[in-house]
Design a protein around this ligand. Sequence first.
Ligand SMILES: *Cc1c(COP(=O)(O)O)cnc(C)c1O
Length: 425
Amino acid sequence: MKTEMYLALGISPRVAALGEEILAGLEERFKAIDETAEYNQAKVLLAMQKNRVSAECLTGTTGYGHDDKGRDTLERVYADVFHTEAALVRPALTCGTHALATALSANLLPGDELLSPVGRPYDTLEEVIGIRPSPCSLKEFGVSYRQVDLRPDGTFDYENIKNAINEKTKLVTIQRSKGYQMRPSFSVKEIGELIAFIKRVKPGLTVMVDNCYGEFTEETEPSDVGADMVVGSLIKNPGGGLAPIGGYIAGKQACIDRCHYRLTAPGIGQDVGASLDVSRSLYQGFFLAPTVAAGALKGAIFAANLYERLGFACVPNGRESRHDIIQSIRLGSKEAMEAFCSGIQAAAPVDSFATPVPCPIPGYDDEVIMAAGAFIQGASIELSADGPIRPPYAVYFQGGLTWAHAKIGVLMSLQKLYEKGLVSL
Ligand SMILES: *Cc1c(COP(=O)(O)O)cnc(C)c1O
């Protein structure tokens, strides 16, 4: 039965059989993922019950959005899930980069220095910070930037981090997920150790964690281990595939207050910001997010084990523990990246007939290829693959609203490589 359905989708028996063989070895891992999902489901449910989410919260407001109960309650729910004093969760935060830029520019003043102790930040932040020149960058406003690279083995360079912290250092940014790099993603525990070290060197520093793609992959979040702000995008994990737009910043009240003033206007802060018609999706998506993240994790682990078997280097590898939903697979050539992405595209529920081609994208330095046929445009919690066209020609695979769909997508990517003669089975 399944073979017939797979054939109808274009997946050959040979590819499907290899998939089943790989899956047989993953039972234990999948069980552990289900347990994390159950824990996180309870965490979200409790936060919704505690804050008395009601039918009224699901309706929206327009205009100024004064007294928007749904918006304010959702921010309380996020704060409780992340165990923080406050949160800012809104459609007015247009994406993850915007949320990060808001958190940074709200909490840095001219003369302050920003430090990244984990190497270069995500591509789009280079212009936010001013590593690549841009109008309105932090650099233009007199905020300097310093970076300490990871050691060759991917661990923190504590000695140089200590040396980099000076009297100007005000805020430290730590990116949990690898982004478009081949370095490992950090566990919440590792992030906690780094934060403790940094705060011993200079107590008073503000630590922000770029939490994109990490939410709900573990039972704790960076805000449980000392981060003053955690920041992410609602078209990734915490939106659960339903949020049509948005970002969040959860953290210390004093930091979040400044973020509200930066996002809207000094003096106004959190009191304005109509939620329009998105509240229901933000609540429902957050409710589903632990399960959706679990399905995406299973897809990533399946992909790593399958592609490793075929001789491709994967980060993380097939056995490592997971701290985000991203799977990078080093395909080694532009052709293989294109074939992989065409398979992901062909497996999509929307725009399955399209062909992904590499092109320039604002905020990114190299041409990028992206495969996604998503209900929410650009949502990378949905089945998607992307990567900059540069050595080592790695694709970054992520998402899948259900595990079954993630599995189909991975098989379809292999099918295309197989058809193009880029792998032999
Ligand atoms: C996706 C991502 C961002 C930026 O989010 P956008 O919503 O694409 O602007 C920042 N940091 C990391 C690690 C990401 O994965």
